[in-house]
Design a protein around this ligand. Sequence first.
Ligand SMILES: [Zn+2]
Length: 192
Amino acid sequence: MSQKGHAATLSWSDDPPLRIGHGYDVHRLEPCAPAGPGRPFVLGGVLLESATGPVSHSDGDALYHAVTDGLLGALSMPDIGQLFPDDDPRHESADSAVFLREAASRVASAGWQIANIDATVILERPKLSPRKEAMRENISRETGVPVARVNIKGKTHERVDAVGEGRAVEVHVAVLLVRMAAPGRQAEQHLA
Ligand SMILES: [Zn+2]
C-alpha cells in the first residue's frame, strides 16, 4: 500500500472508528449489618472479607458500576444512574452484573467492540491483590473482553481523607471501543 493510500485509510475526519470512555464511582463504607447499614463488600463480583461494606441501593459494586459507566460514556449514552435509577425498587439489592451485561450488550448492538478495560481501585483495606485475578475474570466473563485485556490496579489513598480512612471505596475506569460495523442507522441512533 502506498503512503498516500495508507493516509487515506486513516482519514477519521467524519467519524473516528474509536471511542474512549471514562467511568468513576465512589461508595461510602459502613460497618456491615447488623452493626451498621453496610452491605456485604462485593467488588468486581468478588465478595471481600471485610467488617465494612458499601452503602447503596443495588449491591454497591463500585468496580462494576464504574466499568458500566465507562462503556455507556463511550457510547454517549445516559449514565448508570439514569438507566437504572436508585429509587426504582426493581434495583434494590440488584446484582450489578446485570448493569454491566446491559452496557456490554449496548456496545455490541451499536456496532462496537471493547478493545480494553483499565481500572484503578482505590481502597485502604482489605488488600485487593489476592482477589484481583478473580475480578478480572468476572469482568471478562460479563463483558466478553478477553481477560488479558482487562486490567485492574489496586492503590491505597495513603490514609488521607475519607478513602484513606477506610470510609469509602473509589474506582476509576478507562475503556476503549473499536468500531466493528460501518456506521449505519442503528449505530447512529445509539450515538445520537
Ligand atoms: Zn455505584
